[in-house]
Design a protein around this ligand. Structure first.
Ligand code: HEC
Length: 152
């Protein structure tokens, strides 16, 4: 019994050590719920549409007349894991945090700087949470298909 307790405590210690709870950890970070309808309007207003299409809303969310889209990074659609609020906020306020190699403007882009615009000094927190609520709603969890084993 005692060794079981020690084993459980040891496992907890390992789990805690594995989580990064340093001063820069996002632990404890939450946002109030946003309004996805407002978020959709902001998505066009902030011209996210210059670079993003939204799966299922390709015809509704378009760059204003006469403006050519810069690139097409699709957001939304089916996914096996919906990005958390924290991840989505990070992709908006700190897009270079995780720049996918796919979207480097050129192979010469040594520095990992996202081509995504920086909105930090023009977007209010309310606008940010509404946009995040809207973007998050666009993802749909892919149904998990069980493997069907045939009877032999
Ligand atoms: C100038 C082009 C550009 C604009 C404008 C832009 N983005 Fe992006 N965005 C990108 C690129 C490129 C990526 C791919 C990740 C990377 O490499 O930076 C990206 C990634 C993202 C992601 C993460 C997607 C994922 O699958 O991880 C989100 C969310 C996002 N953008 C939201 C927005 C929102 C919201 C706006 C408007 C406020 C916006 N973007 C405006 C270029 C842009």
């Amino acid at each position: 019994m005692r060794s079981l307790t020690i084993a459980i405590l040891g496992a907890f210690a390992l789990i805690l050590a594995a989580c990064d709870l340093g001063p820069k950890s996002s632990f404890g970070f939450t946002l109030p719920d946003g309004n996805a309808d407002y978020g959709q309007a902001y998505f066009v207003e902030f011209r996210c549409v210059d670079c993003h299409t939204v799966v299922g809303l390709e015809d509704e969310l378009v760059a204003p007349e006469g403006i050519d889209p810069i690139m097409d990074v699709p957001l939304g659609g089916q996914t096996t894991r919906i990005a958390t609020y924290g991840e989505l906020v990070t992709s908006i306020i700190n897009p270079s945090h995780k720049v996918s190699t796919q979207y480097r403007l050129s192979p010469a882009m040594e520095e990992e700087v996202s081509p995504m615009r920086n909105y930090n000094s023009i977007m209010t927190v309310d606008e940010l949470i509404d946009i995040v609520a809207f973007v998050q709603e666009q993802y749909e969890l892919k149904p998990y298909n069980r493997t069907v084993y045939r009877m032999y």
